[in-house]
Design a protein around this ligand. Structure first.
Ligand SMILES: CC(=O)SCCNC(=O)CCNC(=O)[C@H](O)C(C)(C)COP(=O)(O)OP(=O)(O)OC[C@H]1O[C@@H](n2cnc3c(N)ncnc32)[C@H](O)[C@@H]1OP(=O)(O)O
Ligand SMILES: CC(=O)C(=O)O
Ligand SMILES: [Mg+2]
Length: 354
């Protein structure tokens, strides 16, 4: 492990200076497209206009026979990339695969100036991040890049979850984490075949009626991912990086997708993956604060003056802590409004979009 004094030192001669803080930009949805697919690539300008982050996927979901084509597709998209507001990310193949080294080399040396974040799957511990950190520094130096690439890790093994705090703090490049519910379920030997979301068998049942043991008893489905997401959020906040819900595989079930995304939003996540165009507006809606919540938060902030003490508002106590909660909502609304004039208008933020 590097000492505190060395933590922000470049890891290769000629590599750019690591950043002390991550640049926070709207990333309500990380929209995945298979980079090997020519038809999908032709939609990139249109997709880029609709999403906060567009991600060229090279890993799972891309057949082994298309891995080189996907890498070439990423380079083609990167070279043509001109969107200024939308971020371009890629997910490379896992570090133990035959493709990861060439993926990283091509991404950094061919289009490193266009890419914002590289997503690394199946991260097991800080040693994976240390390896990527050094390699990226070497490649950045070779490519003459001036800005360091950021790294996003997917939490999709039990070991990764157990070492999540170490992963988050492993490098100044760490930008965030996503939940990988499919691989994580497999690795943990969970008995669900779904990609994210709940399971009807994971429930609690109300107690039997004392007078009628045969009376029907209500059941309440529980969230399979509550523990992991909560742990991920704490680890990310501890290290000043961003947590994301990952994919929701039941594309047709837009209602459950919205619920799952909202649970993640309420617990502290900043965004989720969209795998299909139908999921883009869901993520946009869920991860943008509700205008009524923004208006309420503004009232509390105003009522609290310098932010200290306690007041009553609509029969509820507000104090130093609740005003901080309200600032979370208003700050997020302002951040998103700076990019989205429609939202600015919805929130009544005059001039926020300028
Ligand atoms: C566990 C994990 O690792 S998750 C991450 C890995 N998986 C992925 O990245 C999957 C990404 N998504 C996809 O590949 C596709 O959405 C699929 C294969 C799931 C479904 O694709 P289709 O069968 O074409 O879906 P569908 O017929 O509903 O598509 C409707 C339209 O949306 C387009 N579309 C579908 N997915 C996407 C996408 N991710 N981005 C942009 N356009 C898309 C289709 O090309 C089609 O366009 P058209 O009307 O011009 O023909
Ligand atoms: C997101 C991902 O890669 C998974 O769920 O396995
Ligand atoms: Mg996975």
């Amino acid at each position: 492990m590097r000492s505190a004094k060395d933590f922000f030192r470049p890891l290769a001669a000629g590599a750019p200076q690591p950043l002390r803080e991550i640049t926070v930009r709207p990333s309500r949805m990380i929209h995945f497209f298979p980079a090997a697919n020519e038809k999908m690539r032709s939609k990139v300008p249109d997709m880029a206009a609709q999403v906060d982050v567009l991600l060229a996927n090279l890993e799972d979901g891309v057949p082994a026979s298309d891995k080189e084509a996907a890498r070439d597709g990423l380079v083609e998209v990167g070279k043509a990339w001109s969107a200024t507001d939308t971020q371009l990310w890629t997910r490379v193949n896992s570090l133990d695969s035959p493709w990861a080294l060439d993926d990283l080399t091509a991404a950094v040396t061919e289009i490193g100036d266009k890419l914002d974040v590289i997503m690394i799957p199946k991260v097991e511990g800080p040693e994976d991040i240390h390896y990527v950190d050094r390699l990226l520094a070497q490649l950045e130096a070779r490519a003459g890049l001036e800005k360091p690439l950021m790294v996003h890790a997917i939490l999709e093994t039990a070991q990764g979850v157990a070492r999540v705090e170490e992963i988050c703090g492993a490098s100044p490049r760490m930008q965030g984490l996503s939940l990988g519910p499919a691989d994580l379920a497999a690795n943990r030997r969970m008995k669900t075949t779904r990609v994210g979301g709940g399971h009807p068998g994971y429930l609690v049942r109300e107690d039997p009626d004392a007078d009628d043991a045969e009376a029907p008893r209500a059941t309440f489905q529980q969230d399979l991912w509550h523990y992991t997401i909560s742990r991920m959020v704490d680890a990310c906040v501890m290290h000043g990086i961003l947590p994301y819900y990952g994919p929701f595989g039941d594309i047709a079930d837009t209602t459950a997708c919205e619920d799952q995304f909202r649970n993640a939003y309420l617990l502290g996540c900043v965004g989720a993956w969209s795998l299909h165009p139908a999921q883009i507006p869901i993520a946009k809606k869920v991860f943008s604060p509700d205008p009524a919540d923004v208006a309420h938060a503004q009232r509390v902030i105003e009522a609290m003056g310098d932010g200290t003490g306690a007041v009553m508002l609509d029969g509820k106590m507000e104090d130093d802590a609740s005003v901080k909660q309200c600032r979370v909502i208003v700050d997020l609304a302002q951040e998103l409004s700076a990019r989205d004039p429609e939202l600015a208008e919805l929130y009544g933020f005059e001039g926020a979009a300028s």
